[in-house]
Design a protein around this ligand. Structure first.
Ligand code: SIN
Length: 276
């Protein structure tokens, strides 16, 4: 096995590992790499849908998305499609997946199916590092506070994306409150757990003061020295610890700039625990 760091902050590309190997030894070593680097990448993993599901299940039960349909034969897999004529890309702002759920995603296993020849990278930012380096005065103000995370409703997820289909039924907005500073259940590390996309207010704080604080925190957590950036190739797999990083799918390949490309990713999410 070879491990190459993507940056000094987070992210490692791992080679010499076959994700079809679901033996305890292989999964344990992948989990340890994940806890250490927060997001890990594997290239040339030409695995089937079922193999991606089998591998993902080794991390815990699979979570279905509240609003978006999975593949007809493999509902566990949510196919992220950006057509060449579309401007937007799913996940194109800093966020932690479904942080508005009561038990937000533990990890995501994302496989590239079709990638643009230019652009379409994904960025990750290390939220343990963001917590460690946060201004002391801000730390004291938020250490015991909770924030409201809102789902923004189904339209946020499907209106701009022609290749993605909303589920039938109740698709309204909902929200949950989570500690702003959560603890990683495996490593015991403190994590800054808010994000620009879904975090809307600080519970029990004056709205203006809370918004001002949140804006300062958002600016801090996006600092480039906490990040790594992954350039996709076909059949690459990213696994991120969705508790420890926020991420950003860069939509720099849209028609207005003459770069209208299709981008397709197969996403499986593993159900997480209630943040504490
Ligand atoms: C996501 O935000 O869940 C998708 C990331 C990507 O497509 O790069």
């Amino acid at each position: 096995m070879k491990i190459e760091l993507l940056s000094g902050a987070c992210g490692a590309e791992i080679s010499g590992v076959d994700l079809r190997d679901t033996s305890e030894a292989n999964i344990n070593s992948i989990k340890n790499l994940l806890y250490e680097h927060k997001v890990i990448f594997f290239r040339n993993q030409d695995i089937t849908h079922q193999e991606q599901i089998n591998f993902s299940e080794c991390f815990g039960p699979i979570e279905k998305h509240a609003y978006v349909k999975g593949l007809p034969k493999y509902p566990e897999i949510l196919r992220i499609v950006k057509e060449p004529y579309e401007k937007n890309n799913w996940g194109e702002n800093w966020h932690s997946d479904v942080s508005y759920n009561e038990e937000p995603t533990l990890a995501v296993i994302l496989k590239s199916v079709e990638i643009p020849p230019i652009g379409g990278d994904t960025m990750f930012s290390n939220m343990e590092l963001a917590w460690e380096t946060l201004d002391k005065k801000i730390k004291n103000k938020i250490i015991d506070k909770k924030a409201v995370h809102s789902s923004l409703g189904a339209s946020f997820f499907v209106d701009n994306y022609k290749g993605m289909e909303a589920k039938e039924g109740k698709l309204d907005e909902y929200s949950n409150q989570h500690p702003i500073v959560r603890t990683h259940p495996e490593t015991g590390k403190k994590i800054l757990y808010v994000n620009w996309t879904y975090t809307k207010e600080i519970v029990g704080m004056d709205k203006e003061e809370g918004n001002d604080l949140l804006n300062q925190i958002f600016k801090h957590q996006e600092r480039l020295e906490f990040t790594c950036r992954f350039k996709w190739t076909k059949n690459a797999v990213a696994i991120w610890d969705n508790r420890s990083v926020i991420h950003y799918a860069i939509s720099d390949f849209f028609p207005k700039r003459g770069l209208g490309y299709r981008r397709i990713m197969d996403r499986i999410a593993v159900k997480g625990e209630r943040p504490f």
